[in-house]
Ligand binder design. Structure first.
Ligand SMILES: NC(=O)c1ccc[n+]([C@@H]2O[C@H](COP(=O)([O-])OP(=O)(O)OC[C@H]3O[C@@H](n4cnc5c(N)ncnc54)[C@H](OP(=O)(O)O)[C@@H]3O)[C@@H](O)[C@H]2O)c1
Length: 286
């Protein structure tokens, strides 16, 4: 049975991704800063573990305890809705430490074993905010745009060793506690000089017809993990798909790697199979 480790499973997308893979017969290591299995079923194939992606000891302990990992989903993240002038640089540093450095640290921690097996997949949860410039999201967008750049380059390094790296870009999902958690952790002290700009932006968010659900994100992650032909970047949710199309993002072919593994980014050249984790027997292909 293949095994997946997911970060940030205490709520929202992380929990939905965990449930999606459990239902499909995978072994799931659902990690969170403060382990609490609420919202997850009791199951022989589920382990709930402590993991703070900003703490190197926590990372190495969780990766060691998890055992062989076929897929890693870097989902843990924190939001921030404020303009640059309203944000303390300490807050910006904390956000980048979680969203970007945490992703790099987790990826680095699982890579030696995946490289040794010449197999595995790493999916990073980015955001559709990287597809359009938006006010009051400059720092958050920067963390996710850097995640995109990191993943695109890292995918070339990983493919050299039979490992795939993918990006999922969710749209706006008001059903998760992301906005509330962001305000609770990062504050939202908008300077008066920007109040009208931010208010207008928030109105446009609330009235947007298209939204993303946690299920959309779980489905996109499922595809990124199980379909070796999936493109490097997958929008998740109706709004993200519209933005992605508007931006004219074709799936990007990567150059072939020196070991003949191919690019592993799902360009249909037939070289991707060896990079996919073992599939559960009861899984219906999508
Ligand atoms: N919701 C949206 O509109 C949206 C849109 C695009 C992208 N995203 C991205 O999707 C991901 C999940 O967001 P969500 O909507 O599910 O929000 P959420 O419900 O707030 O979930 C975020 C998760 O990340 C965890 N986390 C935060 N800091 C962490 C750390 N240092 N170590 C480990 N876990 C940590 C949180 O755990 P705690 O409970 O311990 O804080 C929580 O489980 C994030 O990366 C976010 O940037 C969200």
């Amino acid at each position: 049975m293949p095994r997946i480790l997911i970060t940030g499973c205490s709520s929202g997308f992380g929990r939905a991704i965990a449930l999606r893979f459990l239902d499909a017969g995978w072994e799931v290591v659902a990690t969170m800063r403060r382990p609490a299995p609420e919202g997850l079923p009791t199951s022989d194939t589920l382990r709930v573990m402590a993991l703070d992606v900003t703490d190197p000891h926590s990372i190495s302990a969780a990766v060691a305890a998890a055992g062989q990992i076929d897929a890693l989903v870097n989902n843990a993240g924190v939001g921030m809705l404020n303009v640059l002038e309203g944000t303390g640089i300490d807050r910006a540093r904390e956000l980048i430490e979680t969203n970007l450095i945490g992703t790099m640290a987790m990826t680095k921690a699982v890579m030696p074993a995946m490289r040794a097996r010449q197999s595995g997949v790493i999916v990073n949860i980015s955001s559709s905010v990287t597809l359009r410039p938006l006010p009051a999201l400059s720092i958050y967008s920067a963390s996710k745009a850097a995640m995109n750049a990191f993943t695109e380059s890292f995918a070339l390094e990983a493919a050299e060793h039979g490992v795939r790296a993918r990006l999922v870009l969710p749209g706006s999902a008001p059903e998760t506690a992301f906005g509330r958690n962001a305000v609770a952790r990062m504050g939202m002290d908008i300077p008066q000089a920007y109040a009208r700009l931010v208010e207008t932006f928030l109105q446009s968010l609330h009235t947007a017809a298209e939204k993303t659900t946690a299920l959309d994100v779980a489905d996109a992650v499922w595809r990124a993990v199980t379909d070796p032909a999936a493109p490097l970047m997958l929008p998740a949710g109706a709004d993200a798909e519209t933005w992605f199309r508007d931006r004219g993002q074709p799936p990007r072919p990567l150059p072939a790697t020196s070991n003949g593994n191919g690019n592993g980014n799902g360009n249909g050249n037939g070289n991707e199979d060896r990079t996919s984790p073992p599939q559960p027997r009861n899984r219906a292909p999508r």
